[in-house]
Design a protein around this ligand. Structure first.
Ligand SMILES: *Cc1c(COP(=O)(O)O)cnc(C)c1O
Length: 433
């Protein structure tokens, strides 16, 4: 086992000063056990912890680092921009540049508003949908994560479409009642909710590639098209939460990959290239309802600051290189196939879901993992925890939960992938010995 004494010391200190020792819960390793590694630096596909252990990183700050860590052009751009002032609280030209880029890349976006996180993007898009339609209720899917705003912290009772119960203390039950939930891929449940709440549903919000339950695949019944159709029929808006899959599964996100246009799109993660940026955008007539053009209020002291805009510009401009996504996907497929072969060789039942450069390997006897209840009911979460820690010892950094996606970056080499597959083989052999 590697020396992690400085991470141990840091975690002890941090726990005294920060809830759980972290500023975002999953980093605390609660669901996998063990000690969170404190990172000191990162470059390309690698991160180094405070004990100088090196890891091949498949978290990439939960998605943003699609070019790899500390890409020289992104770093240089941010440094140059910082010299000129980090935030003005006034308009700057870099906002125009990034807006133009986002509008060019994401097919359904005519007008965009920048914010500082994915949470702000989804929260604001929901307010806009409610303001535009003058309706209060909305539909989300079981296990769909849309940031931590009150209305989204609602999950359904076991499988059945139902009224929301808050998932978190502090969310008023009366408010959570406005959140309706349905199982992913289940259009009948969605139809039932519209029938039961005639003229009251403002929007459906969906991760078109669900990533926050581990990656899930769309069924082949054209689920997104069915959502598009029912929204049109019922006068509700369709919101794609592409905070994770935007700029990840294609330059234009899931909407481009699957050819379904939402009314509003939420973006985050990659759009800031590692700095805090989110955005929501969409149809012009809807977006003009936002203050100061319209009555839906939304603001931000640091929104559109030049530093974050520059990191986004430098990142997005490098995604448009011909073949960028094909190369990323080919590498990802090779890794996924290697990991599955390793599981098979070790006699560990597993399935993988992959869309483009994001994937999850699930430890399960099921033939397919199609929704979050498959994960909670049929995946071996304890084995995942042991596998995760064995991979850490092998110098591979995966997301510390079975309910998460792994991300490939442009900086990962074929050798990194071979080394990861070999490491997984050793880890699985150790765990099944
Ligand atoms: C990460 C994520 C969010 C929240 O973004 P933050 O920047 O963490 O607030 C929202 N929706 C999806 C789909 C995400 O993956």
């Amino acid at each position: 086992m590697s020396n992690i004494s400085h991470s141990l010391q840091d975690f002890e200190q941090a726990q005294k000063l920060l809830p759980g020792g972290v500023n975002s819960p999953v980093r605390a390793f609660k669901s996998v056990g063990g000690t969170p590694r404190f990172f000191a630096r990162a470059k390309g596909a690698y991160v180094w912890d405070v004990d100088n252990n090196q890891y091949i990183d498949y978290v990439g700050s939960w998605g943003p680092m699609i070019l790899g860590h500390a890409h020289p052009d992104v770093v240089k751009g941010v440094q140059d921009t910082a010299e000129l002032g980090m935030s003005f609280g006034a308009p700057c030209e870099l906002e125009i540049d990034l807006a133009r880029m986002v509008i060019d890349m994401v097919p359904s976006i005519d007008v965009v508003r920048f914010v500082n996180s994915g949470t702000e993007a989804t929260m604001s898009a929901l307010r806009l949908a409610r303001g535009y339609t003058r309706r209060d209720k909305f539909i989300k899917f079981d296990g769909g994560y849309h940031g931590h705003a009150d209305g989204f912290l609602v999950k359904a009772g076991s499988g059945a479409a139902t009224f929301g119960e808050p998932d978190s203390a502090g969310v008023p039950a009366d408010y959570a009642k406005l959140t309706l939930t349905a199982p992913f891929n289940d259009i009948e449940s969605v139809k039932r909710l519209f029938a039961e709440n005639k003229g009251e549903i403002a929007c459906i919000i969906v991760e078109p590639v669900p990533g926050n339950t581990g990656v899930m695949l769309l069924n082949d019944n054209g689920f997104l098209q069915q959502l598009r159709d029912i929204c049109d029929l019922e006068g509700a808006l369709l919101i794609f939460d592409e905070v994770m899959c935007g700029f990840r599964v294609a330059a234009g996100g899931a909407q481009q990959r699957f050819g379904i246009m939402p009314d509003l799109t939420c973006l985050g993660k990659i759009i800031g290239g590692g700095l805090p940026v989110g955005a929501y955008g969409g149809r012009e007539d809807i977006m003009r309802k936002i203050s100061p053009d319209g009555p839906v209020y939304q603001a931000g002291t640091l929104s559109g600051n030049p530093l974050a805009m520059r990191a986004g510009i430098e990142t997005l401009s490098r995604l448009q290189k011909p073949g960028f996504y094909e190369a990323l996907e080919t590498k990802t497929t090779r890794l996924v196939e290697g990991l599955l072969a390793g599981c098979k060789a070790a006699g560990v039942p597993a399935v993988a879901n992959q869309v483009g450069a994001m994937f999850t390997v699930f430890f399960t006897e099921l033939d397919a993992v199609t929704c979050c209840s498959d994960v909670s009911k049929h995946c071996d979460l304890a084995f995942f925890g042991r596998f995760f820690n064995a991979m850490l010892d092998e110098g591979i950094y995966l997301a510390p939960s079975q309910y998460e996606a792994a991300f490939m970056s442009a900086a990962h080499t074929d050798a990194d992938i071979d080394n990861t597959i070999a490491a997984a083989g050793r880890a699985l052999a150790k765990l099944t010995a």
